[in-house]
Design a protein around this ligand. Structure first.
Ligand code: GLN
Length: 499
């Protein structure tokens, strides 16, 4: 359900300034909706006890000084792998139980400084490893379209929050598809910007060379404003770029669909793609062509190695990044271990879930002396080839269109017994991370079972504004319904879908 107050960020700002509603009213609405639906959807791992107070303070200041930003009073949810001072950050892992953050992620701090209100922290696969939220130590999130289906992952809570109308904007992280795949599964827009666009400071690191932060929203223009607000150089993250994020607004305004060259890689429309997704994408290609864009055949020959390369690089970096969770510095520690070594071993054994352990083992193996050349270094070389394919393709086209996911949202338990089949759900999204490119997923309606389908656009570095403009066009071609979600009856699920 769309909220009763506003349809977009700019509409919110207008309604707020025209006194159509107070910030407190809006905040109360979203919090109480979250309270009533969370038992069935399991979207939030914690809510913000200070939200109402903050809303009141913002209302009082608004009456005195007016608002400087559209985000002033805007409700936001944040994936629970972002740090927020004074709040628990669990990463959906038992190993962080009891841990309270002592700093705030730069991305969140920038939204807060504009007046945004964080309502709560959302569920995820443990340490963002997974594609379904089934790896959360706190139980999975339900897909608001159908409670028997996964919402995607790892940012499943953030995607479901926007789809179920618990917040109009949420933040996720994307290492191999964790924003785009859940966006597709929940029928919302999700964008992973260019590597270096948004500071990763305060995001708990999974694979530092691939991780990026991005928003979920219902409107492309809202996602654009969120990127502008969070983007730009941060002295706390050396990989952030100097360019001015407001350039994205200019690109959004000046991009036109007529004449736009859309690259179609045959590799990504072939075997393994669910037929109803292929059909939806086929319709989209026709409508885009009808709007004046032109299709260009491109080829990404090395993308077939994407999954292999990703699971070497991401696990290698994860094994190193996760070594800090040792029972000494953060969160959980076993009681009365026999000695120090037992303390480390038992803490990590009991604190981490199976998937995280699997990744640590794979990564430690890939980095071990004697194997580094054969695995890690080779993967880095293939990564360069994958990026090279994209840059070459972008000499012929402005952006590339693919499906976001090869399959519709799958059922709980369907892939948990077979990690490899779970890994394959990222086959179309992973290469954008390996190449550091911006990419988004935008809804293109529902499949034959009434489940959302996403289209995936990948662009050259720093082309977020253009990608979002095309997403905006796609949203106007495919006005997306939202699921009816009721308390106690998770997701107004009707057999046969909501069409
Ligand atoms: N599903 C992929 C994985 O399990 C990607 C996760 C992500 O982007 N954080 O690693």
């Amino acid at each position: 359900m769309r909220n009763p107050f506003f349809t977009s960020l700019s509409d919110f700002a207008k309604g707020r300034d025209d006194k159509r509603f107070s910030i407190e009213e809006v905040t109360r609405y979203f919090l109480s909706r979250t309270e009533s639906l969370n038992a069935s959807l399991n979207v939030c791992l914690s809510t913000n006890p200070n939200a109402i107070n903050r809303a009141r303070q913002l209302d009082a200041r608004l009456a005195r000084n007016g608002a400087q930003s559209p985000f002033y009073g805007y409700p936001v949810m944040v994936k629970d792998n972002f740090e927020m001072e004074g709040f628990p950050t669990t990463c959906a892992s038992k190993i962080l139980s009891g841990y309270v953050s002592r700093r705030t992620a730069t991305s969140v701090a920038r939204l807060l400084s504009l007046g945004a209100i964080v309502l709560g922290k959302t569920n995820l696969d443990e340490f963002a490893m997974g594609s379904s939220t089934e790896n959360s130590a706190f139980g999975p999130t339900k897909n608001p379209w159908n409670p028997a289906r996964v919402p995607g992952g790892s940012s499943g809570g953030s995607a479901a929050a926007v789809a179920a109308g618990l917040a109009p904007l949420s933040l996720g992280s994307d290492t191999g598809g964790s924003i785009r795949q859940p966006a597709a599964f929940c029928g919302v827009l999700g964008i992973k910007p260019t590597y270096g666009r948004i500071s990763r400071s305060g995001l708990v690191a999974f694979s530092s060379s691939l991780d990026q932060i991005g928003p979920f929203a219902l409107q492309a223009s809202d996602a654009l404003e969120a990127l502008v607000a969070m983007g730009g150089r941060d002295p706390l993250d050396m990989t952030t770029d100097d360019r001015d994020p407001s350039e994205m607004r200019r690109d959004f305004q000046t991009t036109e669909i007529p004449g736009l060259r859309i690259g179609i890689p045959a590799e990504m429309f072939g075997e393994g793609l669910d037929s109803s997704i292929r059909d939806r994408l086929g319709e989209l290609r026709d409508s885009l062509a009808g709007s004046g864009s032109r299709e260009v055949a491109v080829t990404l020959p090395h993308s077939r190695f994407g999954i292999n390369v990703y699971y070497l690089l991401a696990t290698s970096e994860a094994s190193s990044n996760l070594s800090r969770f040792d029972g000494v510095r953060y969160g959980f520690r076993v009681k009365e271990p026999a000695d120090l070594r037992a303390m480390y071993e038992e803490t990590r054994d009991r604190g981490f879930g199976d998937e995280v352990k699997r990744r640590i083992l794979l990564g430690t193996f890939a980095l071990s002396a004697g194997y580094q050349e054969a695995f890690y270094r080779k993967a880095r070389k293939v990564q360069a080839l994958i990026r090279g394919d994209f840059l070459k393709a972008f000499e012929q086209c402005d952006m590339i269109l693919t499906p976001t996911s090869p399959s519709p949202p799958f059922a709980f338990g369907e892939k948990t017994g077979d990690p490899l089949s779970m890994y394959l759900s990222d086959v179309y999204t992973i290469t954008a991370n390996l190449a550091g490119l911006p990419a988004l997923s935008v809804p293109v309606g529902l499949d034959s079972q009434g489940l959302p389908v996403g289209a995936h656009l990948i662009g050259p570095p720093w082309s977020e504004g253009r990608l979002l403009k095309v997403a905006d066009k796609i949203s106007s071609l495919y006005p997306m319904p939202l699921p009816e979600v009721h308390a106690g009856h998770p997701a107004g699920f009707r057999e046969g879908g909501l069409k």
